[in-house]
Design a binder for this molecule. Structure first.
Ligand SMILES: Nc1ncnc2c1ncn2[C@@H]1O[C@H](COP(=O)(O)OP(=O)(O)O)[C@@H](O)[C@H]1O
Ligand SMILES: CSC[C@H]1O[C@H](OP(=O)(O)O)[C@H](O)[C@@H]1O
Length: 406
């Protein structure tokens, strides 16, 4: 359980990281390494290890027995490091080009040694700057289709699948999502964090019974629907990009959950970035072009995901029902509905919950930030409540556009 360190565990420092990388024989001379802690996430240490003479480098990511963003008062299992390593290795079986290579896993120290991706940028940062990534939709669609299909009952035998479910039991990290994504933002909870001027909009949300009823259904799906090994935290801060490369990182929240959860989180973070460009792109023409690009990414990701998943369904599907007329259509219909619902939950929690996004929080003008956060709450709420009527991916982009420009 949370906070219990493995025997021999100690938090690494820039001095002790060398003990982890030395046995790997990756560097010519481990006495000449430059090591920095570069972690900017909520939970872990990330050490960047470089050998200037050879230009070789590695990343050492270590879990702490608590959540770094809060401190020792929030104990957290070290098992998340094992889950992250295993999930990266599992993804590499199907999409090796789309995840960092794992060089070594040290369960005692709860750390993963992986490929250094410092030549990439975090997608969230790039999108805030208005950068376009032409391969993003294609790569994320492939990541989603390949990892989700091959870890599901559509491909694995029922026995193998249940073995995998067991290996990826991740109760403490799931509890964070259950609380921070599906529960706390919808109630007057102490973890929530929003400007006072948003109080009346937030109270309206807390008093919206239809919204709560619908969110309860989505939370229940997250709690119970073990469809595939999901990444579990696929926001734009978990994706590294260049113009022609995409790498998905940080799957420590991985568990067997609803396929729609990953897709919904990705779309939600694009929608939040869309809103933020009313500030980040002051030129109206540039703004419109970039916002439309974001909606194209959503539509292209869905179309390519569906195409690839469908091809896998037809060529590698294992269950006899998969060839019955209408079964595949029913699957995709429900998948889009759930994707849109999960996207709505993510939009709301990133606006008023504990963990925000830089897209909106970096907006210096208070009034603009407030106006856009208000729109985000409306958008999240519409997506959750109207998801059954949004039966095409274009309905999602039209809704984002409509709420944003209302
Ligand atoms: N493989 C990597 N290569 C280069 N930088 C990395 C790598 N993994 C993580 N980082 C850096 O560390 C930061 C935090 O990593 P992340 O895995 O998101 O940690 P956390 O789990 O604490 O959120 C990233 O935003 C990135 O700047
Ligand atoms: C206290 S955990 C809050 C939040 O942080 C995680 O994101 P990341 O590890 O990428 O910083 C996850 O989204 C959690 O909900």
């Amino acid at each position: 359980m949370g906070g219990h360190a493995n025997a021999g565990y100690h938090p690494l420092t820039t001095e002790t990281v060398v003990q982890v990388v030395a046995p790997l024989n990756h560097f010519a001379d481990v006495n000449q390494l430059e090591i920095k802690e570069i972690g900017d996430g909520n939970l872990n240490y990330v050490f960047h290890v470089v050998e200037p003479a050879t230009g070789k480098s590695l990343i050492v990511k270590q879990a702490l027995p608590y959540a770094k963003v809060v401190g020792e008062s929030w104990p957290l299992t070290l098992d998340r490091a094992r889950i992250e390593s295993e999930a990266l290795r599992r993804a590499a079986e199907y999409v090796p080009a789309l995840v960092p290579k794992v060089h070594h896993t040290d369960e005692r120290l709860a750390c993963t040694v992986m490929e250094d991706l410092s030549d990439h940028v975090i997608l969230r940062k790039g999108l805030i700057q208005g950068q376009v990534y032409p391969k993003l939709a294609e790569h994320i669609a492939t990541f989603l289709a390949q990892t989700l299909f091959h870890t599901s009952d559509f491909f694995l035998s029922p026995l193998d699948k249940k073995e995998q479910v067991r290996a990826f039991i991740n109760p403490e990290l799931c509890k964070i999502t259950e609380d921070l994504v599906f529960t706390d933002p919808f109630f007057n909870h102490e973890t929530n964090d929003f400007p006072e001027a948003l109080q009346s909009s937030v109270e309206a949300l807390w008093n919206d019974l239809e919204l709560k009823r619908e969110t309860a259904k989505l939370k229940h799906a997250f709690l119970t629907r073990a469809e595939a090994l999901v990444h579990g935290d696929l926001h734009t801060g978990s994706i590294f990009v260049t113009a022609d490369s995409t790498k998905v990182i940080d799957p420590e929240f991985a568990y067997y959950g609803p396929i729609a959860f990953d897709i919904g989180q990705f779309f939600a973070n694009l929608a939040l970035n869309y809103l933020s460009h009313f500030h980040h792109s002051p030129d109206p023409q540039q703004r419109r072009t970039f916002q439309e690009y974001l909606l194209e990414v959503i539509e292209e990701t869905w179309a390519r995901f569906k195409e690839q998943f469908s091809q896998l369904w037809q060529t590698k599907g294992q269950d006899v029902y998969m060839q019955v007329a209408g079964v595949e259509d029913d699957f995709f219909e429900r998948l889009l509905e759930d994707t849109i619902g999960f996207a709505g939950c993510e939009v709301i929690r990133r606006t008023i919950g504990l963990a925000h996004v830089a897209d909106l929080d970096s907006i210096s003008d208070e009034e603009t930030q407030l106006r856009l956060k208000d729109k985000a709450l409306t958008l999240g709420s519409v997506l959750i409540k109207q998801r059954r009527q949004l039966t095409r991916i274009t309905h999602l982009s039209e809704t984002i556009r409509g709420v944003a420009h209302a």
